[in-house]
Design a protein around this ligand. Structure first.
Ligand code: CA
Length: 236
């Protein structure tokens, strides 16, 4: 049975979510603030957290950031719940480490679809085997990246982007395909977000030369080409 933690200060919303999830066989726990959420997280292991952005005291955004930074490999996936519809807030939410985003009000069907997608994605991450391309290594089960055995610290978005590239080498992807695969097609993030994160990821890979793996395909998108380190690169 899959266990879900709801962190939300409005009792009506908690009750509504419980009402949606329990008949579908999920085990649901509730917390109305960050402190209680932490206590429950230390007691049980969860398959997913539904995290309200605005909580009294420590915000859901801060708590998400804390969980993902402290122990990214142990942290369950997080879906942020928020009334904010502004795009920059969504990017901020995803940057904090949230795996997806639901804007209130939402339909039960939408919520269930996103929960299932996020749980599916995170469990397939955990089954994936480590990969290495010329010293650039990723271990999806432990959520770790290293370059020539030195750990590389990535934001959650950059991590997912790199994981996507490393598991799909030598194929060109459009920005919208990358968005669908890395952020999920239910998330309303602009295609420019892809460029922003690719720029950041490349910057981190420059010292070791691995940035050359991520090639811009003019008019199309991007391609991860691990063989490029050994050849003259003709793309920018
Ligand atoms: Ca709230």
């Amino acid at each position: 049975m899959q266990r879900i933690l709801i962190v939300e200060d409005e009792p009506e919303i908690r009750e509504m979510i419980r009402f949606i999830l329990e008949p579908k066989g999920f085990l649901v726990n509730e917390a109305d603030n960050a402190q209680d959420a932490r206590k429950l997280l230390s007691k049980h292991s969860y398959d997913l957290i539904l995290m309200d952005w605005m909580l009294p005291g420590r915000s859901g955004l801060d708590l998400t950031r804390e969980l993902k930074q402290k122990a990214p490999q142990n942290s369950p996936p997080v879906i942020m719940l928020t009334a904010k519809a502004d795009e920059s807030d969504k990017v901020k939410g995803l940057d904090s480490g949230a795996d997806d985003y639901i804007t209130k009000p939402f339909s039960p069907r939408e919520m269930l679809a996103r929960i299932k997608a996020v749980i599916r994605r995170s469990s397939s991450d955990n089954l994936a085997l480590p990969l290495d391309y010329a010293g650039l290594s990723i271990d999806p089960a432990r959520h770790r990246v290293s370059i020539n055995d030195a750990p590389l610290h990535l934001s959650p978005a950059e991590y997912r982007l790199l994981l996507f590239f490393m598991t799909h080498p030598d194929r060109a992807y459009s920005r919208s395909q990358i968005l669908d695969n890395v952020w999920g097609d239910s998330v309303y993030v602009d295609e420019r977000t892809v460029d922003v994160h690719i720029r950041r990821l490349r910057k981190l890979l420059i010292p070791s030369g691995h940035h050359q793996f991520i090639q811009t395909i003019r008019g199309t998108g991007y391609r991860f080409t691990p063989s490029s380190l050994h050849h003259e690169s003709t793309t920018s």
